[in-house]
Design a protein around this ligand. Structure first.
Ligand code: ADP
Length: 333
């Protein structure tokens, strides 16, 4: 799925690795967060201590993993990577924490998915660089305190609302990543095109920027498909090539994919613009209600094509205009 914000495959991981900015200066956009991180890292460096723990919050594909790597790079410290789903027991976390070298940056992706028992161990570790290890069972059980090397925790989450307060409070700084605007996405794409040694004109990059849902990961992925298209069909990588390539993959000028369009068209054509209930809508496009609600709707709401009302889902005037435009090849009388 070309428009999914999550990583799709191993090959995409390698592709992204090649395009990842290494330093704060190379990181495009998020000016506010960049400034905040710069200050925090510089202060830590001047005092020769580990930086405060950092929480990166925001939707997939906006640069959380990239920023974690940049934190390590900018502080000149090694990086250890893990993720919430890999920490299913307190013991998993104890093993990880006790093996850190002094000053190491520990990245825990999807930190909201860590086991509860590990969460509690992490509180103490973040605060005092210490953990208590339980040995034995029942009445004979005792806890042995273990000192840890000081470290900087960088946590990433797509759902900061799911983090328990005591965990959230132990981060010295929380960065909220925002969707990128088209100028920033054009910059991301220009940089990627240079790194890929792919000759493509500015207008073509702007066209991709408009179709990538505010998300650098999707921008890079679309660029890759356009590059394939130019390779196979020859000729210039211009706006026409972008349109042809992305039409082929069902990514429309607003970045809507096939399911997004099916949902909107159902509301417009079958329910006269709504309101229509979620379940009825799901049945009419043959999808799970859960998928419609968590995957399709957030983007449609964000770009103003759909509103959720107490009486059901309603297509906005902008949705009517967008699909009106799509039908404009029909002769108007
Ligand atoms: P997340 O961890 O939030 O899902 P990633 O950090 O893995 O997102 O970013 C996905 C890809 O998007 C990266 O490989 C990188 O190439 C690109 N990217 C993300 N943010 C930026 C940015 N600000 N500037 C340039 N490229 C970016």
């Amino acid at each position: 799925d070309l428009t999914a914000p999550e990583l799709e495959s191993e090959s995409e991981l390698a592709f992204e690795g090649a395009l990842r900015p290494r330093s704060l200066a190379e990181f495009v956009g998020q000016a506010k967060v960049r400034g905040q991180l710069q200050l925090l890292l510089t202060a830590a460096k001047m005092q020769d201590r580990t930086a405060d723990h950092i929480l990166l919050a925001g939707p997939p594909g906006l640069g959380k993993t990239t920023l974690a790597m940049i934190v390590a790079y900018e502080s000149g410290r090694p990086l250890r990577m893990s993720s919430g789903p890999a920490i299913q027991h307190a013991g998993d976390l104890a093993a990880l924490l006790s093996s850190l070298t002094p000053g190491e940056v520990l990245f825990i992706d999807e930190i909201h998915r860590m086991a509860r028992s590990a969460e509690e161990m992490l509180y103490l570790a973040m605060e005092d660089f210490r953990i208590d290890i339980m040995v034995g069972k029942g009445a004979g059980a005792t806890s042995i305190p273990l000192d840890l090397a000081p470290f900087t925790l960088v946590g990433a989450t797509t759902r900061s609302g799911l983090l328990p307060n005591p965990l959230r409070d132990r981060f010295g700084f929380t960065a909220h990543l925002e969707f990128y605007d088209e100028a920033e996405l054009s910059q991301v794409l220009t940089r990627a095109a240079i790194l890929l040694d792919f000759e493509v004109d500015r207008e073509a990059l702007a066209e991709i920027a408009g179709r990538c849902r505010g998300t650098p990961r999707i921008a890079n992925r679309l660029l890759r498909r356009v590059r394939d298209f130019a390779l196979v069909h020859g000729g210039e990588a211009d706006v026409a090539a972008v349109r042809a390539a992305l039409d082929l993959y069902d990514v429309d000028p607003l970045g809507l994919d096939r399911l997004d369009r099916a949902v909107l068209q159902a509301i417009l054509e079958r329910f006269d613009g709504g309101p229509v209930g979620l379940n009825t809508l799901a049945v009419s496009v043959g999808e799970e209600a859960e998928t419609i609600e968590s995957v399709v709707e957030p983007f449609l709401v964000r770009i103003g094509l759909l509103s959720r009302t107490p009486r059901g889902r309603v297509a906005t005037p902008a949705a009517w205009r967008h699909f009106g435009a799509a039908h404009s090849q029909q002769p108007s009388l």
